[in-house]
Design a protein around this ligand. Structure first.
Ligand code: ADE
Length: 395
């Protein structure tokens, strides 16, 4: 939405003079007041905004990294119902935690969540540390999460910078510094810090910035007409909000092709194996699969896929005839990967005990598949191969 009017020119009293480095286009305390007033009227009623314990702030902020609010709400409610406090989470098994995390993506978050809960339970007597520096020592708690917990749960006047905050502040200042560079990161942090340290309610400033980015100052078609900062915003004045933020690099994705066999036994159970704890999808369950290297020889990729299916079965001493079975293809785009699964269903006769595989494997009944820790990609593989037995929990 292109702004129809230019901002008034009469608001120059504090313009670019609030500090010697001209951090913000208006007085930080004034901008903070405007933001806090807007937040009081516009903030969404989200479950982690009530009963604001450090545990609930931590859990929600870890989930909200990389995942949309609408998706997180359901997962958050399920987590706090099953694990109402950090002690309950620490007492759970990793399989249970990853099972509940299933479908949220970025599974190292779920593994670190569980490890951090155990550290809080054992080394801190079940109480979260209350300073940013102490929080940062917990597994999976970095710059962002430590700042978010310190600010939102403990009121520390520290800037919480996520993608929303970058966008809002780069637009406010019409700043073309790429946000994926140290200079861009430093500028946003400096501006957000100026706002939070000038306010008596730093938590509201941090959350207000994120909320403004989520509701008004959106990546496309921002609603500048309802923005509390429209008369200070440089990008609005220039009719160019969508030109910010600038990024230096585009994300390069690596193409991965995986040959995958969904093994089903005579009673309809599905054979799954657990991945090693570290790396992509670590600790999650999946059907036997292997990356098919695209190498430069005379074998076509599809012949290599077929070969790999057979090799996967042979390695587990599973006898199945794949001739005449129609394969299905499932694709998934992750931040750094383009995944393609070539999937075939192998129906084995009677009771079978696959052996000889590297991973830890076992049979799962169909009705167990929805609660086991799997990636969204593997859920899609189940759906495609087994016919919607495993539709995602979230629509
Ligand atoms: N994104 C990350 N944290 C958030 C929060 N506390 N409120 C709204 N959006 C967010």
């Amino acid at each position: 939405v292109k702004p129809k009017t230019k901002s008034p020119t009469s608001k120059t009293t504090t313009s670019m003079t609030s500090t010697s480095t001209a951090v913000l286009p208006d007085d930080a305390a004034l901008l903070g007041d405007q933001l806090a007033r807007w937040f009081a009227g516009a903030a969404r009623d989200l479950p982690w905004r009530t009963d604001r314990t450090p545990y609930r702030v931590w859990l929600s902020e870890v989930m909200l990294q990389q995942t949309r609010v609408a998706v997180v709400v359901d997962y958050f409610l399920r987590f706090v119902t099953r694990f109402p406090d950090v002690g309950a989470l620490a007492a759970a098994s990793e399989d249970d935690v990853l099972g509940l995390w299933s479908g949220l993506g970025y599974y190292s978050r779920g593994r670190n969540l569980h490890r951090a809960a155990r550290v809080v339970a054992t080394a801190h007597g079940g109480q979260f540390p209350s300073t940013r520096e102490a929080l940062r020592a917990l597994p999976g708690v970095g710059d962002y999460t430590s700042a978010a917990i310190a600010s939102l749960a403990f009121g520390e006047a520290v800037a919480v910078v996520d993608g929303n905050v970058h966008r809002v502040l780069m637009r406010l200042c019409a700043d073309e510094t790429p946000i994926d560079t140290p200079a861009g990161a430093a500028k946003t942090t400096m501006r957000a810090s100026a706002l939070v340290t000038s306010s008596s309610t730093p938590a509201t400033i941090n959350e207000g910035l994120m909320e403004l980015g989520a509701l008004v100052c959106t990546p496309r078609s921002p609603s500048c007409g309802s923005c509390p900062w429209r008369f200070s915003c440089r990008a609005y004045a220039h009719h160019t909000p969508e030109q910010y933020p600038v990024k230096a690099r585009r994300t390069a994705r690596k193409a991965l092709r995986v040959a995958c066999v969904v093994v089903v036994d005579g009673s309809g159970r599905v054979w799954l194996e657990k991945r090693a704890a570290r790396g992509l999808f670590g600790g999650l369950w999946e059907p036997p699969g292997q990356i098919v290297d695209v190498v430069d020889d005379d074998m076509t990729v599809s012949a290599r896929v077929t070969d790999t299916w057979h090799a996967l079965l042979v390695a587990r001493r599973i006898e199945a005839n794949l001739a005449g079975v129609a394969p299905v293809v499932v694709t998934r785009t992750l931040t750094h990967r383009d995944l393609r699964f070539d999937v075939v269903v192998a129906r084995v006769v009677g009771e079978v005990d696959p052996s000889g595989s590297d991973g830890v494997g076992r049979w799962f009944a169909r009705d167990e598949l929805h609660s086991v820790g799997t990636s969204t990609a593997v859920r899609a593989v189940f759906d495609a191969a087994l016919g919607e037995v495993h539709s995602p929990r979230l629509v």
